[in-house]
Design a protein. Structure first.
Length: 411
């Protein structure tokens, strides 16, 4: 009989979102008239913008005619899309890239997982705590860890606590590591790293021969002018960093699927014999073998995000979400609840009032304010005592939720 990948059994059952769902449905069954407002999910709520939709439709129409039909495209994505991304998203920030360094994909959840294919299992990995759970679980799945301890830390992985004390910008790992995951702007804390902080990470990586996996899924939500959008804005980053980006949150592509990974030619690793080798070459080999590219209409739609018209429309929605974030952040602050993030990211990370546990606060918020959020402890042990609210939602719902929280705690 075939043997399973036992590493999967080390994973704690997908506990967080099913448990939230269970508690919410129990509540709504018992209170059918309560108008529950969901600010828990990390999914967008606004539809695709008109310019994107038009390009998407055109792409589909081209597929209907033999003269304009597209079959398999380049596994790395169409050159024209990579060039538009370079011209519109990187060049204006002083970052020069070649199209061969930009790999278009069906999203950055897959990329940030699949990237592990081209790294030896012996590499030591450091991740934040709290963290986007994908980084942790995919490393467990490939067999880089032992079992989890009582707190939820896996043996063999290095955790970097992100706390109020360090401003949610973690300290350097306590031991020598080879790979460091940074998510900036951060999910779940909504916080960002300054140019100086990112420079310290790049310098650290260069000095310690480590590679940074930089997840920039929320870069489009940055509002403060001096916060870097790309790690390549920092000198030396091309020698030590891979960057992941996604159209998901930027342009509402969560259900359309398009993202990208940048691997600069300068980024090198070592072979078993100690010779240097290009990660760009390896990723190209990986993608051409295991991936067949993103559909043509989706890439047309993605290109339209960066047209003048498309970007203006997309930006309007981002501004709308960030206004939600401001309303939540200022409302909570007025209610005497300490909160973080929400300035350069669509997430507000709040400290539970009175030192309540994350799950106790979840229950209280649901039962007394009819508002659903995400318990911070679900993102890692250091998330205990914190709670995530998402700025994705309708304005009226956000305002009502904030008012209910103010009525409950703001006295
Ligand atoms: C939503 C999100 C992504 C994007 O994932 P896709 O697969 O591109 O939809 C990546 N990283 C983080 C931290 C996210 O929250």
């Amino acid at each position: 009989m075939a043997r399973i990948n036992d590493n999967y059994l080390k994973l704690q059952a997908g506990y967080l979102f099913p448990e939230i769902g269970r508690r919410v449905s129990e509540f709504t069954t018992a209170n059918p008239d309560a108008k529950v407002i969901r600010l828990g999910i990390g999914d967008v709520t606004k539809p695709l913008v008109p310019a994107v939709l038009e390009a998407f439709h055109q792409g589909v129409d081209e597929m209907a005619d033999a003269a304009t039909f597209h079959g398999y495209g380049p596994e790395q994505g169409y050159d024209w899309l990579a060039q538009i991304i370079i011209d519109k998203a990187y060049k204006p920030r002083g970052v020069e890239l070649k199209t061969t360094e930009v790999f278009i994909s069906d999203g950055s959840k897959c990329d940030s997982s699949n990237i592990l294919d081209i790294f030896d299992l012996g590499n030591k990995v450091a991740i934040g705590d709290p963290v986007y759970p994908v980084y942790n679980d995919t490393n467990v799945m490939v067999g880089r860890s032992g079992n989890a301890d009582d707190k939820g830390y896996y043996e063999g992985l290095v955790y970097m606590p992100c706390t109020e004390e360090n401003g949610f910008n973690p300290e350097f790992p306590a031991e020598k590591v080879d790979i460091i995951y940074l998510c900036c702007p951060n999910n779940p804390t909504g916080t960002v790293a300054t140019k100086e902080q990112l420079k310290a990470w790049v310098d650290y990586a260069l000095t310690n021969d480590a590679i940074i996996f930089f997840d920039a899924a929320y870069e489009a939500f940055i509002t403060e002018a001096d916060i870097p959008h790309s790690i390549y804005e920092i000198d030396g980053a091309k020698e030590c960093a891979i960057e992941f980006r996604s159209f998901s949150k930027t342009a509402g592509f969560t259900g359309v699927r398009c993202g990208l990974t940048v691997i600069p030619e300068e980024l090198l690793g070592t072979t078993e014999k100690g010779e240097k080798y290009s990660f760009n070459k390896l990723w190209n080999r990986r993608q051409t073998t295991k991936f067949n590219g993103v559909s043509y209409p989706v890439q047309k739609a993605a290109a339209a995000v960066y047209s003048d018209e498309g970007w203006a429309q997309v930006k309007e929605i981002i501004d709308f979400y960030m206004e939600n974030a401001r309303i939540i952040r200022e409302g909570l602050t007025a209610a005497g609840i300490a909160c973080f993030g929400g300035v350069n990211a669509p997430y507000i990370w709040l400290k539970t009032p009175g030192g309540m546990s994350s799950w106790d606060f979840f229950d209280k918020l649901l039962n007394e304010c009819f508002v659903v959020g995400t318990p911070g402890s679900g993102f890692g042990p250091s998330g205990e005592g914190y709670f995530r609210l998402s700025a994705f939602g309708e304005r009226e719902n956000v305002e009502t939720a904030v008012q209910r929280i103010k009525d409950k705690w703001g006295k």
